[in-house]
Design a protein around this ligand. Structure first.
Ligand code: AMP
Length: 114
């Protein structure tokens, strides 16, 4: 797959406001936030889209969700609530073709999903 801006962030070639890291995942603040909290959880292993994930990636996908909920708990907004979403391909609104999970929080998220 092609090198994306997220690969460059993972390799520390361009800066990002990193809020979490483990062996498999890097999380950093979205550069154009849609909510007071807008963090991207990115697998370090390159997968372009959710379509490219297979059974071998089940654990990694679970870790993405668990990293997001752990962050919400750590930052104190888990009980108030938050939204996790993954955009896939053009109709899903995906613009960076390195799989990532958006975590949005910090205000009542009223807008519809589609
Ligand atoms: P998506 O539309 O689901 O592919 O989401 C891509 C997200 O990446 C958008 O919300 C962008 O604002 C965000 N983004 C693009 N470049 C950067 C960057 N250099 N640092 C942080 N977030 C970025």
């Amino acid at each position: 797959m092609t090198d994306t801006i997220f690969d460059k962030i993972i390799r520390r070639e361009i800066p990002a406001d990193i809020v979490y890291e483990d062996d498999d995942i890097l999380a950093f603040k979205d550069i154009a936030p849609h909510a007071p909290v807008h963090v991207l959880f990115v697998p370090k292993r390159s997968l372009a889209t959710l379509n490219d994930a297979g059974p071998q990636d089940a654990e990694l996908l679970g870790k993405l969700l668990l990293a997001a909920s752990a962050y919400a708990k750590r930052e104190g907004f888990a009980e108030k609530g938050y939204r996790c979403l993954i955009n896939c391909n053009a109709d899903g609104g995906q613009t960076v073709f390195h799989l990532h999970l958006h975590l949005l929080a910090g205000r009542k998220l009223r807008e519809p999903l589609g």
